[in-house]
Design a protein around this ligand. Sequence first.
Ligand SMILES: C[S@@+](CC[C@H](N)C(=O)[O-])C[C@H]1O[C@@H](n2cnc3c(N)ncnc32)[C@H](O)[C@@H]1O
Length: 230
Amino acid sequence: MQNLPTADTYQKEVKYMPWGILVSEIIDYVTKNVPENASVVDLLCGTGNLITEIQKLRPDIKFVGVDLEGEYIEYARHENPKVEFITADVLAWESEVKFDAVLCTGGLHHLPYDRQKEFIKKISNLVGKDGFAIVGDPYIDSYTNETERKVSAARLGFEYLIATIKNGAPDDVIKATSSLTDNDVFLVEFKDSLKNIEPYFKDVFSYVEKHKTWPTVESEYGDYYFILRV
Ligand SMILES: C[S@@+](CC[C@H](N)C(=O)[O-])C[C@H]1O[C@@H](n2cnc3c(N)ncnc32)[C@H](O)[C@@H]1O
């Protein structure tokens, strides 16, 4: 059962959470690196924020957005009537075509741990010739047992909340950020460590480029994205 904020609160999160840094770097990379009239799919696209922002800079791109949440897809369609938004479970959704870029931001950790490896494989199958994928998520510190996993999840949540409050977030965004700790500790969401996930990328992509966007201090936990080529 997903525990998601309303579409309105969700739209504001990117402005106040550290996550916004990662999103803006990905917008920059995609706008500068896909060819003219490229096809781009955004998996677990939420309210379509990433697509909307890239489209402002590159109106030539043809987008497809896929998400399970009806309210978010309705919001996305309203904001972007020309884009094809599909309400579907990404694990079941199939595409006959491949894409110049496959994007997935903050999505992987919404899938159960035992489906994440196959989803990364699925992403690699959607990347067309000379194309790339970008997968960005928050990661928790490595752990070796369930108690340590809960502690790692709590630590990420605590630091995230402090950073969001310091960024001047309004109360609805603070509340939504605070609920992420519950989601992570009690496995409503499935954030994992780099140690567990990075090998999945290395298994199916020949090129794996890792970027950390938050925090700037030395840490294992934090927001990371991977630029991937088959
Ligand atoms: C944290 S949001 C990320 C949204 C967006 N990519 C972004 O960066 O703003 C996670 C999204 O995953 C969607 N989601 C969760 N499980 C899904 C599934 N199995 N198939 C499709 N979407 C799913 C949720 O509805 C939610 O919109």
